[in-house]
Design a protein around this ligand. Sequence first.
Ligand SMILES: Nc1ncnc2c1ncn2[C@@H]1O[C@H](COP(=O)(O)OP(=O)(O)OP(=O)(O)O)[C@@H](O)[C@H]1O
Ligand SMILES: [Mg+2]
Length: 222
Amino acid sequence: MADQPDRARGRFITFEGGEGAGKSTQIRLLAAALEASGREVCLTREPGGSPGAEQIRELLVTGETGRWDALTELLLLYAARRDHVKRLIEPALERGCWVLCDRFADSTMAYQGYGHGLELDRISDLHRIVLGDLKPDLTLVLDLPPETGLARTRTGGEAARRGGEDRFERMELAFHERMREGFRTIATAEPQRVVLVDAARDPSAVTAEVAALVRARLGAEL
Ligand SMILES: Nc1ncnc2c1ncn2[C@@H]1O[C@H](COP(=O)(O)OP(=O)(O)OP(=O)(O)O)[C@@H](O)[C@H]1O
Ligand SMILES: [Mg+2]
């Protein structure tokens, strides 16, 4: 029986949520579990993920909070995202890799749209111009109160380790609250793709739910 050409394509999973929600922790654990089950995994992140996009990332994550106006920031993010998708994500999916990405387009909607007040339709229009109808197969939004997440990053998260890359964390709490509501609205609007995961629980409970979702929604043998 001939395989459908589509069958060999990998799956595209994104992790979203506020700072310190546990995205990087959980994505690494999922990558390890999928690899142990025999899948080829490509673990990546945004902004960045390809050499060109990492250069653009530097412009985005360092410097004054008001360094870029909202639309300029959006264009930089989408320039980086296109490079990342064309050079890394699409080729990896085509060769059957399961691509796990730490933040993707929903972060742009949450930050630049719900956070900064850019028109949501404008952001989706730009997404279509730059990436057509590319969307993740599954998006896990790690949801928790921003104060809890920000407290975690101050005590041990990447922000504490990655000197100077804290332009987004330093924005006001109300901004982070708007972002959280943005992620929740996206999850309600696209329940087939996006799932909210309660990230205030201990890490092992979150890991178990993530594995169960990837099993149930994408048929992974975890
Ligand atoms: N469920 C959890 N409960 C308590 N602490 C956690 C939990 N998950 C992760 N942490 C800790 O919180 C900190 C931030 O976690 P992590 O770096 O995974 O979050 P993140 O969402 O990737 O953050 P950032 O947005 O800064 O990249 C780390 O010190 C991590 O060990
Ligand atoms: Mg992280």
